[in-house]
Design a binder for this molecule. Sequence first.
Ligand code: FAD
Length: 358
Amino acid sequence: MDSPGGSSRRSNKRPDNPTEVEIVVIGLGPGGEAAAGTLAEAGVNVVGIEASLVGGECPYWGCIPSKMMIRAGNALAEAGRVQGLAGGAFNSPPLLMLSGIGPANHLSETGVQPVVDLPGVGSNLQDRYEVSVVTRHEDNFTLAADCTFGQTDDDPCEDRWREGDRLTPYTSNGVVAGLKHRSAGSDRPDLFVFGSPARFEGYQPGFESLAVEQRNYFTWAILKGYSRNRTGTVRLGSTDPTEPPDINFRYFNDGEVDEGAQADLDAIREGVQVARTINGQADRADLLDGDLGQETFPRAEQQDPATLDTFIKKEAWGHHTSCTNPMGPAGDPTAVVDANFRVHGVDRLRIVDASVFP
Ligand SMILES: Cc1cc2nc3c(=O)[nH]c(=O)nc-3n(C[C@H](O)[C@H](O)[C@H](O)COP(=O)(O)OP(=O)(O)OC[C@H]3O[C@@H](n4cnc5c(N)ncnc54)[C@H](O)[C@@H]3O)c2cc1C
């Protein structure tokens, strides 16, 4: 950002010289941390405001005390500081919109006075799809047989790992194999298929216990990169900043299958087939402890494309939410920030999080 000032990172002190530029970064996830770190290294005074540092009760899921942050944000803006917004793809758009920056029609309908009409704010919500293929084997996997995954004080698997044995799931995040695959119709590798000796059917209450409860399950997770879903939105539900925003992913185009949604479905279905092929080959090559056993998720009998599409649409999840304040040139009506992360039409405000990906 602009001219350098002092050097203390996340200091709450005002700069010694009041004319020095000081930057307030709101939200300290990876985007905010990176921006704050880079700026601090450049000698700029950086004040970081993070939800947990602001304190107070959690007004809604995610523990984001928006109201308190906005009050703090306004006060800091009045003090003439430069602002960096890094609330993430879900929370940066509502914070902009509550400040009058966003799609004028939507703001007016919601009761917020528009200040800068930026139709792209809260549009273009994207995510990457993932589904898994889970098999139940007859015997426990030797690799994980003595692992308790933090559920007991005494964990022989951890002891082995601490002694330097690298043949345990603890050597990695639990993933023991992974491959890239280019699906038909894609001009580049777009699938990442990675496997763990665990039972993982997506994020649901208790998923972490289910994953390691038994030692005879194996999961291939299929991640579809370069997905074509771009029609999701983040909108204000009300003018009350303590209310959560309305988030609509419009996964697979909300069921109105178009070319992009169909291409995503086709690719993920191919990924399911890749996982099934690996399982079959591992079984035939006798690489498994015991026999292959039974595919439990989706079930082995779910083979035809329409059935698998229904399974994928029902079960796909994502956790790479991004693109709700897309970067682009000033002439682009959907662009929210320029190539230097500056919000179009607003002085001294930059967005530095995953919302700026186009
Ligand atoms: C379960 C899971 C697994 C993932 N695995 C991977 C992975 O393996 N590899 C990978 O690359 N990515 C992964 N991701 C995605 C990655 O975590 C995100 O892309 C990344 O965190 C986005 O960074 P960000 O800075 O944009 O937003 P965030 O990390 O969401 O940070 C935003 C911050 O802003 C704060 N905030 C929001 N509103 C306010 C407010 N009003 N006041 C103050 N503070 C506020 C929040 O508390 C938060 O700390 C995963 C995500 C999840 C959920």
